[in-house]
Design a protein around this ligand. Structure first.
Ligand SMILES: [Ca+2]
Length: 475
């Protein structure tokens, strides 16, 4: 592999807490981008054998949800421990660090306890070419490499349908078998760096974050992954034609702002099947790359003293509700894979069905590694569930998209309330696809009132966006 690798640099002095860092567990923190719940780990058609193997080692949360269904607000919330509705970090362009200059991020808190914090790939959102990477959060970081763009778009779609005045599509709106050489993919370079790190000797505990970029767009993966999903046998998602008929005004507005031209352009070009094939190929490619990391950890001296956390920043619609994106408050946009392997804490192959949020990861890791607690954080430690997946837990998962739009997911129900007061209610016992909005049923008003109690009280004014980037896209 040709990846440039920097030799160890002088380790900067860090503030060390009173607690000893001598025997603390390492953390291997693996992020995946836009990976939804349509995966073999949850009996879906997208094969992810390495995630399944990891699940056999630790605990899988089958009802984990992001704090917000978009890269930047989800990641900023997870990494700082605060809700979007508290910080005003709602969008992919919001300058999260400018909004929270004093925030102590999760890896920073580890650094403050004597840990070495390092990472690679996409951990914070990379709006405008890595612009949101946070130097303060890591001693050293290998930034996400750029895709090796093909000379021309592989999907041959050049104009949007139903939006942006039919103008040219963006560079990342593309899919296809590309490149043939796996080593050229950004993720292989991220993983090579991670493997090199795990192969080195470390004289203090580490927090290492590996950010896998696929299955985020562009949906490029080497041909061998496309071959695993032949179009003739492709499993398609269940789409209900009248699904949008019972949506309230708030949902229609969110959908209208959630890049509807993407679904219209894919469907309007009769390319839904090809795009879904590409998403599946990219997810299995990502799984293979994750597998390489897990093998290298198993081959390292850190095998038995490293906590592994694997998560995706948001879900993804593949045509459900006539939508192709995240950017919505339904199950498809918000349910994410989450696996935690904590040696001596999680039982092998254990499963927890309790709804939890990615915002809970910060306090969870603080407790697992015996760091000083951060009392102001808005998540709660999941350690009781790691020890006993059936433990009592009355807290639902709460998610936010845009100012004043929230969803509350309990074991049975999803309640959504939009800023204009309009509502949705879905009964997951009877309607896992969320096809039938029950919010207008008078007999369910008490259910709504109970769920409503969990809505965030604060709806912060949106924080400022980053200045637009004036670089050039190729097409
Ligand atoms: Ca994402």
């Amino acid at each position: 592999m040709m990846t440039a690798f920097m030799p160890p640099i002088n380790i900067p002095r860090v503030k060390t807490s009173s607690k000893s860092s001598g025997k603390r567990a390492n953390v291997l923190f693996i992020a995946v981008d836009d990976l939804n719940d349509w995966i073999s780990l949850y009996n879906g058609p997208i094969r992810m054998p390495n995630l399944e193997r990891l699940a056999k080692k630790g605990l899988t949360f089958t009802n984990a949800y992001c704090a917000s269904p978009a890269c930047n607000p989800s990641r900023a919330s997870l990494m700082t421990g605060f809700r979007p509705s508290t910080t005003g970090i709602y969008g992919n362009a919001t300058d999260w660090r400018k909004a929270l200059p004093d925030a102590v991020t999760l890896p920073q808190h580890f650094m403050n306890h004597g840990y070495w914090a390092e990472g690679a790939g996409k951990i914070f959102h990379h709006h405008y070419h890595n612009a949101f990477h946070d130097d303060a959060s890591f001693h050293r970081f290998f930034k996400l490499r750029e895709d090796p763009w093909p000379e021309r778009k592989l999907n041959r779609i050049t104009n949007w349908i139903g939006g942006r005045d039919g103008g040219p599509t963006s560079q990342p709106f593309d899919w296809g078998p590309w490149p043939n050489d796996i080593e050229l993919t950004p993720d292989a370079q991220t993983v090579d760096y991670t493997i090199r790190f795990l192969g080195e000797k470390h004289n203090r505990p580490f927090f290492f974050a590996a950010g896998i970029f696929r299955p985020h767009s562009p949906w490029y993966a080497p041909m061998e992954y496309f071959k695993q999903y032949p179009l003739k046998k492709l499993v398609m998602p269940e789409i209900f034609d009248e699904d949008l008929n019972d949506l309230p005004s708030g949902a229609i507005k969110v959908l209208a702002e959630g890049k509807p031209f993407i679904y219209k352009t894919i469907a309007g070009n009769n390319q839904l099947k090809a795009a879904i094939q590409a998403y599946q190929a990219c997810a299995t490619f990502a799984d293979d790359q994750i597998g390489r990391i897990l093998i290298s950890l198993d081959d390292s001296p850190y095998k038995n003293n490293t906590i592994i956390v694997l998560w995706s920043d948001n879900g993804f619609h593949l045509g459900e509700k006539k939508h192709w994106e995240k950017f919505a408050l339904w199950e498809k946009s918000t349910r994410v894979p989450l696996i935690i392997c904590a040696p001596g804490v999680t039982g092998p192959g254990s499963v927890c069905t309790t709804p939890v949020s990615l915002i809970d990861l910060y306090p969870t890791l603080v407790e697992l590694c015996d760091l000083n607690p951060r009392t102001a954080l808005e998540g709660v430690s999941l350690v009781p569930l790691l020890k006993n997946p059936q433990a009592d837990w009355d807290r639902p998962a709460v998610m936010t998209y845009g100012r004043g739009n929230h969803a509350v997911k309990s074991r049975r129900w999803r309640y959504i309330r939009y800023s204009d007061g309009s509502e949705e209610l879905y009964d997951h016992d009877a309607d896992a696809n969320e096809w039938h909005n029950l919010a207008n049923k008078p007999e369910l008003q008490n259910t709504i009132d109970e769920l409503k109690k969990w809505l965030p009280e604060k709806n912060a004014i949106p924080a400022a966006d980053m200045e637009p980037w004036h670089g050039e896209f190729k097409y």
